[in-house]
Design a protein around this ligand. Sequence first.
Ligand SMILES: [Zn+2]
Length: 46
Amino acid sequence: MKKCSKYNLPEKYETIEFNKQNVCNICLSNDFKNENINWDERKKTI
Ligand SMILES: [Zn+2]
């Protein structure tokens, strides 16, 4: 089983895909969500 290099956890999703850095699409989408949250926080502070 492949392991995601992002969080070093075994990924068990069937739809998982790894990019060239061995980061799975699920972690990438999590990062994307986190970035969106950070942007929202920034908007509040401005
Ligand atoms: Zn991952």
